[in-house]
Design a protein around this ligand. Structure first.
Ligand code: 5BU
Length: 475
């Protein structure tokens, strides 16, 4: 931005009351001779437009794929910049939704993309990191921050020492120079402001940082899977926890292919990466007993367990037949399966009768990933209570997050479907989260990935990528 444009912008900011001089008590209780309120800009579209242009020219040499404004004041800045450049925008939630998908970042997330942070005002620089952190957790690359006004109180240093480049359109010192030269502010006031800035430098201590950045507060303490194996009462659950610890994987592949050969080939290809292979035997058009036998052979070869995602939902007497009989004879080859809690305890008793607790286990469906599903909080709690009544057989949940806290919850496993590196839905109600969000933020144990892996060009290599992300997220 040239000198004339800078001057014009400063004068307009002063005219509209975005920069004021006097005596102001700040949130911290400190008295300040200057007050900057950039929220008023939304009432002045011409200034907003000037600001967006100025921010864009400040980053003309920066390479980025997407941009994200720090809420709330910088959101309209980022929106205008996105519209002018055609680059997509992401939005960080200030409050995480208490229901539904609990997303921190809205918009289409493409891991590996470079995201520019747009901020209105930098004092300490910490609020920038409240936005950087959830973006980096989603595997976006954040190198650059652009701000309209740097107050000059140490924010630049705080941002740069954390490895980010800061570009600012204006500094408070530049604003003062323009306003003094234009006769809008007298030199006594300007000197007071300069002294204030000099005497109020903000250094970010670990304590301050921990107060602002939620994840720095309490790093999740996870009980190692080998210890959880000792707490679990079902043999298959014990085997699963032990396997995860031994093989160092918390990846389950949903092998939703429709021919037996494709299923076995996929199982053989991803076998080395997974702890669980999840099947839907009723979508395989040429299923025979031999398919089950071969799956068990591959499970032994690669050291994984087989989970038939049958979602039983009938009365006890019927599920006995459905689990042990029919064309699929699920109990003869699956290590574990799952059920809706809807029919009541009889469904668990029926499946226990059909399969036996020695070599089989059961998960309850406590939550689902699909939009508009009816499994509300009360239902989830009722599921949890049901599981606690049947710990000899029920060893975990299909859920979107960990549903039992503390050591009591350590005895159960939590498996989460609806996982993909890119979060776009499928047009049929499926909702996706990234591996990191599921494991690190929601404290689940195992990610279940279907199309993200079996539809990729190289399922074995893609499975290795998901495996690494999910395992790293436990740390
Ligand atoms: P996807 O291709 O990764 O979307 O497949 C997800 C798999 O998990 C698929 O087999 C579903 O049947 C299964 N699933 C799910 O997506 N959401 C749920 O809440 C439950 C199961 Br329960």
């Amino acid at each position: 931005m040239d000198e004339e444009a800078r001057k014009a912008l400063v004068l307009r900011l002063f005219d509209i009351g975005a920069v004021k001089f006097g005596t102001f008590t700040l949130k911290s209780g400190i008295e300040s001779p200057v007050y900057v309120d950039l929220r008023v800009l939304v009432s002045h579209p011409d200034v907003l437009d000037q600001v967006a242009n100025a921010l864009l020219s400040a980053v003309s040499s920066v390479e980025y794929d997407t941009l994200c404004g720090v809420p709330y004041t910088a959101l309209p800045f980022a929106t205008l910049m996105s519209s002018k450049t055609g680059k997509p925008m992401l939005m960080r939630r200030k409050e995480v939704k208490a229901y539904g998908t609990k997303k921190m970042i809205e918009g289409v997330i493409t891991p590996g993309q470079r995201c520019l942070i747009v901020e209105d005002l930098v004092t300490s620089g910490l609020s920038v990191f409240e936005t950087v952190e959830p973006l980096e957790r989603e595997q976006l690359i954040v190198n650059d921050v652009v701000v309209l006004l740097d107050r000059g109180q140490g924010g630049r240093k705080n941002i740069e020492t954390r490895g980010k480049n800061l570009r600012s359109v204006l500094t408070l010192a530049q604003v003062l120079d323009v306003l003094v030269a234009a006769g809008k502010v007298d030199t006594v006031t300007a000197d007071r402001v300069t002294a204030f800035i000099r005497d109020n430098q903000v250094t970010v201590t670990d304590k301050l940082e921990a107060q602002v950045l939620p994840t720095k507060k309490a790093k999740l303490q996870r009980t190692p899977f080998e210890d959880r194996a000792k707490l679990c009462k079902n043999a298959v659950g014990v085997a699963l926890f032990s396997l995860m610890a031994r093989k160092k994987t918390n990846l389950c592949v949903a092998a939703d292919v429709v021919e037996a050969k494709a299923l076995l080939d996929l199982a053989d290809a991803v076998g080395p990466q997974i702890c669980v292979l999840k099947t839907h035997c009723d979508i395989v058009r040429d299923w025979t007993d031999e398919t089950g036998t071969q799956l068990r052979f591959l499970a032994d070869k690669h050291d994984f367990l087989i989970f038939e995602d049958r979602k039983f939902a009938d009365i006890g007497n019927t599920v006995v037949q459905q689990c042990s009989g029919g064309v699929h004879r699920i109990a003869s080859w699956a290590h574990f399966t799952n059920a809706h809690a809807l029919p009541g305890d009889g469904i668990v008793d029926g499946l226990r009768t059909a399969a036996g607790v020695e070599n089989h286990g059961l998960l309850l469906l406590a939550q689902m990933s699909s939009a508009g599903n009816l499994l509300n909080k009360e239902y989830t709690s009722a599921c949890v209570e049901m599981a606690k009544r049947h710990t000899d057989f029920v060893f975990g949940f299909i859920s979107q997050e960990r549903v039992i806290e503390g050591s009591e919850g350590d005895a159960f496993v939590y498996m989460t479907p609806g996982v993909k590196l890119s979060q776009e839905g499928d047009g049929l109600g499926q909702q996706y989260n990234t591996p990191t969000a599921v494991i690190a933020d929601r404290n689940s144990d195992i990610i279940i990935v279907g199309r993200g892996i079996y539809k990729s060009d190289n399922p074995a290599a893609t499975a290795a990528i998901y495996r690494k992300q999910a395992w790293d997220a436990l740390a």
